[in-house]
Design a protein around this ligand. Sequence first.
Ligand code: CTP
Length: 402
Amino acid sequence: MRRTLLIIGGGIAAYKVLELIRRGRERGLAFRAILTRAGAEFVTPLAVASLAEEKVYSELFSLTDEAEMGHIRLSREADLVVVAPATADLLAKMANGHADDLASTALLATDKPVLVAPAMNPMMWNHAATRRNVAQLKADGIAFVGPDAGDMACGETGAGRMAEPAAILEAILEAIRGRLQPASRPLAGRRAVVTSGPTHEPLDPVRYIANRSSGRQGHAIAAALAAAGADVTLVTGPVSIADPEGVRVHRVESARDMLAAVEACLPVDIAVCAAAVADWRPAETARGKLKKDQAAPATLTLVENPDILRTLGHHDALRPRLVVGFAAETDDLIENATAKLARKACDWVLANDVGGSSGVFGGERNTVHLVRADATPEAWPEMSKAEVAERLADRLAEALDR
Ligand code: CTP
């Protein structure tokens, strides 16, 4: 997944940035936002954080923020920095190298491409000072999208209206495609299948047994493998999140359907089983809806579902070169994950500690250990699910190249 550091300046066009985030996420982009003091007058940190599903940063001297995520890291961890709306003031600061708040400091500290979407009154846009700043920024290699000409919120007409979210998004995708992808496609030519989400095991046509899996980790893995150049099929149970970009998506409901869909993808180089497959299903599925006035079933008989990971690990003819599973554990993380690795004959297990209030289910962040059959376990620091996915993609590429 590609990450954009979005710097939101203070202008009425800031409200359009919310749509940019929403549409960008639908296209598989991740956003981390810095909201300037003036930007916060137009959109709230809560609105931005809810749509981006990431913390929003605003103060340079917030000790907590600096401890968690220094401003240097903030500017380096993105693939691209986007300033929208880029006010006359922000452009002036950028052109002159000011660093007196978090936004300008991150812009000065970044080593990533920067795209700006200016928004201001036409007189300000045409002012000699702004013209000088824009010329300087272009000479410095800063990319521009817009501004458009037309009626302005201030009642005047002319150039200065921020480009529409769709145009900014295209410019972002273009920048990512053009400048970032060629160097980072270590999985080009590899085939992968990823399972994600929960399964639904029907009791009758309207009821089912399910679990709380959001599909976020599996979807992020599919996106990261695709971004690294792999040909990816995502086999997903019912989820409410968007399809990742650049991935073939196969939707299923039950564990048995998931297994059939996965087997139809073979042969593959990589299989990652991130789905929370229901271990059991009702022994019988009623053809019609079970009615309340009928005798309620005193007990529900369950039968075991096929284990997809185990089936792949033990596959005779078409075992993927690397089979990766997940282990959710509350106790003895490494021992249990190692036992699971052996039992299911997989190569790697990503073990997460689900004890306590880690909030891994449905959350954005994850703390995992990589347990491998042929190496000592690695503890990865807490990171976003997208970062877990990217690190896994890197490790898979290294292992396949060996
Ligand atoms: N898995 C699968 N098919 C199943 C059950 C699990 O592919 N029918 C995969 C999951 O996608 C995951 C791993 O196996 O990669 C999890 O194994 P599981 O035995 O379900 O472990 P936990 O969920 O950790 O539960 P438990 O420890 O109770 O076995």
